[in-house]
Design a protein around this ligand. Structure first.
Ligand SMILES: [Zn+2]
Ligand SMILES: [Zn+2]
Length: 257
């Protein structure tokens, strides 16, 4: 019950903060709060958290058992003995490298793309569009993050802090705000940066996979951020159904695999 209350409070706070920002500083000014698919995204916001948490818990327990052989007590003590902030920054770096490849694979392997396509099906981006994800897509990326952090011995608190930071940051980078945040270029991904990842422009295809660190895209040649241009069209080429339950079923459709 506490979690349901937390979800509702979180939704109301995010709605108040981001809707105010998006009304005042919209990039796509014509886009209404009640744009296409908003009901679907509200359903994703409220229902996915439980599915993702429950699914991740099962996967993480199985992985922890399977990976016991890889754990080195001395290494774990060293990692956990570092100052909290050092551990946090190391975790961000490690998760971004692993997450980069997980994300890139979800665009290249057709089976994984069917799950990830749900996130890319939004034709209008705003803070709420961040909630549109298939739980399986999220459980896979959560598991990929967990493996290195668990084996290396990062504390549960660091892992929890990272997940919280990543959730808030993901909401921020989907928001419909016109600020370019140029001072953050090269340091952390911004709404402008992530919009290109969602765009349907041929020049931005398979670009900007990084979660938080654009440096990873630079290293692997997938960085795209033109100086004075904005992405205008978002979505997928393939038709993805609009309703929440149809989106849940989409990757499992016979024709889809
Ligand atoms: Zn993607
Ligand atoms: Zn996104």
């Amino acid at each position: 019950m506490d979690r349901v209350v937390g979800q509702v409070v979180g939704f109301v706070v995010l709605l108040a903060v981001f809707t105010t920002l998006e009304r005042a500083f919209a990039l796509h000014k014509e886009q209404s709060v009640f744009r296409k698919g908003w009901r679907t995204d509200v359903a994703h916001f409220f229902l996915n958290r439980f599915l993702i948490d429950a699914g991740s818990f099962v996967v993480v327990v199985i992985l922890a058992i399977l990976l016991r052989w890889a754990v080195n007590g001395e290494l774990q003590n060293f990692v956990a003995g570092q100052p909290w902030i050092v551990q946090f920054l190391e975790a961000v770096l490690i998760v971004n490298v692993v997450g980069y490849f997980a994300h890139r694979l979800s665009h290249t392997i057709p089976f994984l793309w069917k799950f990830h396509a749900i996130h890319h099906s939004s034709e209008n981006l705003d803070w709420l569009a961040a909630a549109r994800v298939h739980p399986v897509d999220q459980i896979i990326s959560r598991a990929m993050m967990f493996v290195p952090l668990y084996v290396l011995g990062f504390s549960k608190e660091v892992f929890g802090a990272y997940v919280f930071f990543a959730l808030l940051h993901a909401i921020f980078i989907h928001s419909n705000v016109r600020f370019r945040f140029k001072f953050l270029r090269g340091i952390i991904t911004t709404p402008e940066y992530h919009r290109w990842h969602h765009s349907n422009h041929p020049e931005a295809r398979n670009k900007n996979f990084a979660g938080e660190l654009p440096l990873i895209d630079k290293i692997f040649g997938t960085y795209y951020l033109p100086e004075d241009n904005n992405a205008k069209k978002y979505g997928t080429d393939e038709p993805v159904p609009q309703g929440y339950f149809s989106q849940m079923k989409y990757p499992f459709r016979k024709t889809a695999i």
